[in-house]
Ligand binder design. Structure first.
Ligand code: ATP
Length: 236
C-alpha cells in the first residue's frame, strides 16, 4: 500500500451511547482519484472523515495512509490536508492574514511560499485581501478549502465542501478538485447529492446507515444502480 493514499479496512465507529455510526466500511483512494463519499444525512460520512483525520478514535478496523497505519499522532497525518469542520477565522483580519496566521500556528511557516498557489487553486482572487467579516459564507468556505490545500497535501479530505456555495461557485469547486487530483494527488470528498458526485468524482463510495451499499467508478454507480438513486438523491 505504500503508494496508495488511503486504504480503509473494516472501519467501525460506535459512539459512547452505543450508537453504531459506521460499520464494515472498506474502501481505497488511489492517486489521481477524486472519490465521493455519498450518502444521506446521518449516513456516517462525517464520522468516517473525522476518524480519518484522527479527530476521533475508531472502535474497530484499520486505516492506512500511504502505507502507514494511522494511529494517534501519526507523522503521516502531515501528508493529509482536511476540511472537516469550518475553521473559526479571525473576523478582523483579511483572508490572507488568516491563512498566514494559521500556518504560523501550525508550525509549518515554509508553506507560506505556497500561499499564492493555494489561493489560485481555490479561486479566491483579490478577495483574499478583504477582511473576513465582509466574507460571504461561500467565500469563507473557499478560504477554508484554500487553507486545507495550503500545504498541497497528497491526500485532501473535504467534508461537504460545496455546502452553502452558489451554482457558479460549485462549478468552480468541481474544476478545482479535478485539477487538484492530477500530479498524483488524491481527493476524498463527502456529499449528500448524487448529481454532485456524478459531476465531480471519478469514484463513489455510497453509504447508508453506516454501511457501504455500493462503490466503484462513478459511471458504474450512477448508471447501474437505481436503488442508489432512490436512497441518496433528493435527501434534505
Ligand atoms: P450529515 O450530512 O448530517 O453530517 P453524516 O453522514 O455526516 O450526516 P454523521 O454526522 O457521521 O453522518 O452521523 C452519523 C450518525 O451518528 C447520526 O445518526 C448521528 O446522530 C450519530 N452521531 C454523530 N455523532 C455522535 C455522537 N457524538 N454520539 C452519538 N451519536 C452520534
Amino acid at each position: 500500500y505504500a503508494q496508495t493514499p488511503l486504504v480503509v479496512r473494516q472501519l467501525r465507529k460506535e459512539y459512547a451511547d452505543g450508537f453504531v455510526a459506521v460499520s464494515n466500511v472498506d474502501f481505497t483512494v488511489a492517486r489521481g482519484q477524486v472519490v465521493g463519499l455519498l450518502g444521506p444525512n446521518g449516513a456516517g460520512k462525517t464520522t468516517t472523515l473525522r476518524v480519518l483525520m484522527g479527530l476521533t478514535q475508531p472502535s474497530g478496523g484499520e486505516i492506512f495512509v500511504f502505507g502507514h497505519r494511522l494511529v494517534p499522532g501519526s507523522p503521516v497525518l502531515s501528508r493529509l490536508g482536511a476540511l472537516v469542520e469550518g475553521p473559526g477565522f479571525l473576523p478582523h483580519l483579511s483572508g490572507l492574514e488568516n491563512l498566514k496566521a494559521y500556518w504560523r500556528a501550525t508550525g509549518r511557516p515554509e508553506a507560506e511560499a505556497r500561499l499564492d498557489e493555494a489561493i489560485e487553486i481555490a479561486g479566491l482572487g483579490d478577495s483574499i485581501h478583504r477582511k473576513i467579516r465582509k466574507y460571504s459564507h461561500g467565500m469563507k468556505q473557499r478560504l477554508a478549502i484554500a487553507q486545507a490545500m495550503l500545504g498541497l497535501p497528497e491526500l485532501l479530505v473535504l467534508d461537504e465542501p460545496t455546502d452553502g456555495l452558489d451554482p457558479p461557485q460549485i462549478a468552480e469547486m468541481r474544476r478545482v478538485l479535478k485539477r487538484y487530483a492530477t500530479d498524483g494527488r488524491a481527493v476524498l470528498v463527502s456529499s449528500h447529492l448524487l448529481a454532485e458526485v456524478e459531476q465531480t468524482c471519478t469514484h463513489a463510495v455510497v453509504v447508508n446507515k453506516g454501511e457501504i451499499v455500493a462503490s466503484g467508478p462513478v459511471e458504474e454507480i450512477v448508471g447501474d444502480s437505481p436503488t442508489v438513486r432512490l436512497d441518496v438523491s433528493d435527501v434534505d
